[in-house]
Design a protein around this ligand. Structure first.
Ligand SMILES: Nc1ncnc2c1ncn2[C@@H]1O[C@H](COP(=O)(O)OP(=O)(O)OP(=O)(O)O)[C@@H](O)[C@H]1O
Length: 478
């Protein structure tokens, strides 16, 4: 028994010893793990750690039965009302940077006035992109021309099902972020014109800038300050419950630089321009659709707004200037809702319609401000009214500097200033005069003679002041 007891004691002692040595090993291992973890956390930056983890995951994924998942990215979010899907645009811009030498179906081209060749993705081949060690496969599905017109183009992004969350949380945001950075970097501004129910795209190559514009320096400063202030105020607009839009009315005779000012604004803000002819808009829903399809951060231009009969000042003696309420429930009003009306435009201006779009500048141009319905012109709709007027002294100095390279003063400037006070002449007309000869002095002498002749003509006609501007049917520059 003692023996037995001794035996028991020995066994229990040795099992106790082995348990304690296991415990020691375990404790040492845990301590080591904690130390290692702390050291790794301290020494290896977070990004590198997640990169290594994703690499390892990617490696092991290869050897697991793959359950593919895919997502479809349509060009238009909704095929019927045509809201653009920015993710599609992002993929279109981002993926060409991922085309490798193994890609068999290349689309190559060069834009006008660009030095570099550009690559584009086409539907013939998949593009494989690797992000943090995981591969993603993109396929562009381009429909037939008819299908494209019906907005059926799309990308299909395929990946391992296990990566679903990573795709949504990390990969897609990475694509969008890269796209935005690329857009800002090699910014080629676009001009879109609404034709046949589509925004037709071309490059906006108008070189006008605020430096090249002949405007009074004070007006120029006011406009630039206003634009910059608008860009900074996203939060304020939100706080006061206003749509983040700003409206400018540019009015003045033809040839005073309205189109050039729009181009200068676009180049300053790096915003694309959407040029809308109201005559091509048939109904309010048409207007909403084209506004929806325009991107954010853009300038929407409605030129010669006075030429559209819907936006003329209404002659009703007691009519309110806002005609939203005036539509009755009659059959006639049903027909009306199918047409383009001033109220449709007002709704858009007020941000009431579901037109989407943020950070937009809306510009109306007109040669006849008085013909526009006052409802359109009130602050909140047209926030700043900019009068583009005939050429006078300070603005002329800018033209002389831009066209002839004359900085500072010139002996003929005073005489030209005096003559410009006597005739009303547009910068476009004077600009053409300044291009006639290569010698700057000769140009100015000829300009003096030209202006003197105009003054003489006006006196002969018995008119105190004459107006020289370009004819109304001249094409606008953008
Ligand atoms: N203020 C200006 N500063 C510099 N150039 C100007 C200015 N105004 C006109 N020009 C020159 O005149 C030409 C015509 O100008 P622009 O088309 O901008 O005028 P506009 O007011 O838009 O005319 P329209 O009403 O006919 O469209 C341009 O080539 C531009 O270079």
């Amino acid at each position: 028994m003692v023996k037995k007891h001794g035996l028991y004691s020995h066994n229990s002692l040795s099992s106790f010893k082995s348990a304690s040595s296991w415990f020691e090993v375990y404790a040492a291992f845990s301590t080591l793990t904690i130390l290692l973890r702390t050291a790794i956390n301290d020494l290896i930056p977070h990004q590198l750690r997640s990169y290594i983890v994703s690499k390892l995951e990617g490696f092991f994924c290869k050897y697991q039965p793959s359950n593919k998942a895919s997502i479809k990215i349509n060009q238009f979010w909704d095929e019927t009302c045509g809201e653009r899907n920015e993710l599609f645009e992002a993929a279109l811009t981002y993926l060409p940077t991922k085309i490798t030498h193994t890609y068999k179906s290349l689309k190559v081209g060069r834009r006008q006035n660009q030095k570099h060749l550009e690559l584009a993705v086409d539907g013939g081949d998949d593009v494989v992109d690797e992000f943090e060690g995981v591969k993603y496969t993109w396929k562009l599905n381009e429909g037939s021309r008819e299908e494209s017109m019906n907005r059926k183009n799309n990308f299909v992004l395929t990946f391992n099902e296990k990566q679903r969350q990573r795709v949504l949380d990390q990969y897609i945001p990475h694509v969008v972020k890269s796209y935005e950075a690329m857009k800002n970097e090699r910014r080629i501004l676009k001009l879109y014109s609404w034709l046949d129910d589509f925004w037709n795209e071309s490059d906006l190559s108008h070189p006008a800038t605020f430096d090249s514009l002949a405007l009074s320096p004070e007006l120029k400063k006011d406009i630039v300050d206003d634009l910059d202030r608008f860009l900074r105020r996203k939060e304020l607009y939100k706080k006061v419950g206003k749509a983040w839009k700003r409206g400018y009315l540019l009015y003045g005779p033809p040839g005073t630089g309205k189109s050039s000012l729009i181009a200068a604004m676009a180049n300053h803000l790096k915003f694309d321009v959407y040029d809308l002819e109201l005559s091509s808009i048939i109904s309010n829903s048409d207007l909403m659709r084209c506004m929806k399809e325009a991107s954010n951060r853009c300038i929407i231009v409605i030129e010669d707004i006075d030429c559209n009969k819907e936006v003329h000042a209404r002659s009703k003696p007691n009519g309110s200037s806002d005609d939203r309420d005036s539509e009755s429930d009659s059959e006639g009003s049903k027909m009306k809702s199918k047409r383009f009306t001033l109220s449709g435009l007002l709704n858009y201006m007020d941000g009431l319609s579901t037109s989407g779009g943020e950070e937009r500048i809306i510009i109306f141009t007109t040669n006849h401000k008085e013909k526009i319905d006052p409802a359109l012109l009130r602050p909140g709709r047209m926030d700043m009214h900019i009068h583009m007027s005939f050429l006078k002294g300070k603005a002329f100095r800018m033209l002389a500097s831009n066209y002839l390279g004359i900085e500072g003063d010139h002996p003929l400037f005073q005489q030209i200033d005096d003559l410009l006070e006597k005739v009303e002449i547009t910068p476009a007309v004077v600009g053409e005069q300044l291009l006639r000869y290569e010698d700057p002095h000769r140009c100015l002498e000829e300009l003096v003679q030209f202006l003197q002749q105009k003054v003489k003509d006006s006196n002969c006609d018995g008119v105190g002041r004459v107006v020289f501007s370009r004819s109304f049917d001249t094409d606008s520059l953008i």
